[in-house]
Design a protein around this ligand. Sequence first.
Ligand code: PTJ
Length: 250
Amino acid sequence: MISNDHPRYESLISREKMVNAYNAGILADAGLIAHGRGEAFDYLIGEKTTKTAERAIKAGCAALILANNPVISVNGNAAALVSEDIVKLAHVLDAKIEINLFYRTSQRVNAIFKVLKKAGAEEILGTEEDALEHINGLNSPRGKVSKEGMLNADVVLVPLEDGDRTEALVANGKFVIAIDLNPLSRTSKTASITIVDNIIRVIPALIKKAEELKKFDKKTLKNLIDDFNNNDNLKESLKTILSSIEKFEA
Ligand code: PTJ
């Protein structure tokens, strides 16, 4: 039992969720390692949504609202940490939810399917093995996608994505919005918009922003996307990290 006045309460709750998800067969072994790497970067950005991340959230949200076929990709880490918020976000955006795993096994797909169902998801793509197709450039099980979802999506939200798959999605003409605490990762550099922030803060922030931006006209939303430069935004995130180190006083 973690007391909610513990200074590291949020972080400990996330860890508890990850361990439970690992024991329930939802998370890949490597998911725990990925989480630890994320924690380190979260420390460095101050464990809060920076102004820089807020700009990426706003532009990413505009792209999701303007999309014809937006898809939210769900892996083990996302299911473990934010399944209910993902279902809410999909509802607000009228987006599809697709299970898309790097370490794909039918047991994990089933386990994540159950988590999403329990969280209230109605339609969940990416589960029917025989009906899945391959995205060009990724011919292993990592490239399996559903026809109605990722294959024909124009905008894809990928929390914690691997670099190869991000590159393949972009090469296939998708507008990719990544959530990645590491501004130096290949995913961060390749995505169309990268939100350098913790998924546990980003998904609720996207829900709030979507409710606000849905009232905006198309031109205003398009301007928000056009005015966003991913490379500049990543540099800003790196500056935040550097200044947090420079401010350190022993
Ligand atoms: O469930 P699967 O099989 O699809 O596998 C998922 C993982 C995450 C194991 C797989 O995609 C993987 O190996 O990813 P990487 O290449 O380790 O990349 C994960 C990235 O997410 C790293 O750059 C981490 O810093 C970042 N990250 C970790 N935790 C969070 C995070 N970013 C945002 N929020 C987090 N909570």
